[in-house]
Every structure is written in C-alpha cells, then in structure tokens.
Design a protein around this ligand. Structure first.
Ligand SMILES: Cc1cc2nc3c(=O)[nH]c(=O)nc-3n(C[C@H](O)[C@H](O)[C@H](O)COP(=O)(O)O)c2cc1C
Length: 174
C-alpha cells in the first residue's frame, strides 16, 4: 500500500467484530512502532503492554465508562486487542513519543485491514486506578501515556474527503 493511501484512509474505528488479531499482523504492526521517531533516541523510556486478556480488557472498559460517568458505554468498543504505551518520561517528550508510536501503528493497521483507534480517555482513567494499574505489570518508573485499539472490523477503509475544517489555522513567515 502506498503511504499516501494509508494516510488518507486511516480513520478511528469504533466497531469491532471481536475476532483476534493474527500474530503475524501484530508482528508487522510492532515493527512499525519500532520505526517511530523517539526524542533523543531514548528507546528505553518506552514500554508496550499488549493486552488480549478478555477479563482485563473488560475491566479497563468498565473502569473508563465509570470514570467518565457513562456506565452504559464501552470506551474500548469491543476490540480484541489494546496496546498500552507507557513512558518513564514526565512531560511533553513522553507524550510526543507515545503519539508517534501510536500513529505508526495505526498506519500499519490500515495496511493490515485492521481497525484501530487511539485511546487516551481509557488510558488516563486506568492511570488513576491503582488496582488496575498493577495488572499491567509495568516496570518501575513507567506510567501509561496512551493506547491503541486493534481488531477486525466490518468497517471498510476507503478514500476520504478531508473536510475544510481539518485545515488547521496557520501563518507563514517568508
Ligand atoms: C491524542 C488522541 C487521543 C484520542 N483519544 C481517543 C479516545 O480516548 N477515544 C476515542 O474514541 N478516540 C480517541 N481519539 C481519536 C480521535 O477522536 C480521532 O482521531 C478524531 O476524531 C479524528 O478522527 P479520525 O481519526 O477518524 O480521522 C484520540 C486521538 C488522539 C490523537
């Protein structure tokens, strides 16, 4: 797939069949994660937790729904895999690294025909819940900074018309 096609067709997918991500698909998506730019090359400041355990996914989903005061919702949308990105860096660089890693994985997901969605809300909710955080078994000094859902979906990827309001405000200084 051409890069410009993946860039155009990538979208946040919020409906999943629940079918598992295949190991070879995951391997290619992780390779894309490792290809991300990382501030000052501090690769050891990042950690990935790949979660397919249904009980834990349900607990993260329920925790987020309750945290945001909407117990009837499913903030993980029934996806079969959540990859939690954790950083040991406080501040903007840790967040920027996380976003770069997640964006690379989301573009790789397009090529795999898998749905993906950047998940900050449920990640922040999880970071506030000690009991849940322990279940991630993170190394000392790491905290979750963002996550990505991955999974089979019935939603097709197709050419997207990018709306005019997506054009960020800008100025130019020549
Ligand atoms: C930093 C960040 C955090 C996000 N967190 C969530 C989230 O918690 N839940 C969710 O459903 N979508 C989340 N999104 C997806 C955005 O809502 C989505 O990218 C945006 O509406 C544009 O739609 P598109 O991705 O389909 O182009 C997040 C995106 C980014 C970049």
């Amino acid at each position: 797939m051409e890069l410009k096609t993946a860039l155009n067709q990538r979208k946040s997918v919020r409906s999943y069949t629940g079918e598992p991500v295949r190991e070879e698909q995951l391997a290619r998506i992780l390779t894309a994660a490792y290809e991300a730019p990382i501030g000052m090359g501090k690769y050891d400041s990042l950690h990935l937790t790949i979660i397919t355990n249904k009980e834990l996914l349900d607990a993260i989903d329920r925790n987020a729904a309750e945290f945001f005061g909407r117990p009837e919702t499913h903030p993980l949308y029934g996806a079969s895999m959540l990859i939690v990105v954790s950083s040991s860096l406080e501040g903007n660089v840790g967040s920027a690294n996380t976003a770069a890693v997640i964006q690379n994985m989301s573009l790789a997901a397009v090529e795999e025909g898998l749905g993906s969605c950047y998940i900050y809300g449920a990640t922040a909710a999880m970071a506030e819940n000690r009991e849940l955080l322990v279940k991630l078994k993170l190394p000392e000094g790491f905290f979750p900074t963002g996550s990505i859902l991955l999974g089979e979906t019935d939603e097709p990827y197709a050419a997207r018309e990018i709306p005019a309001e997506h054009r960020f405000a800008q100025n130019r200084i020549d």
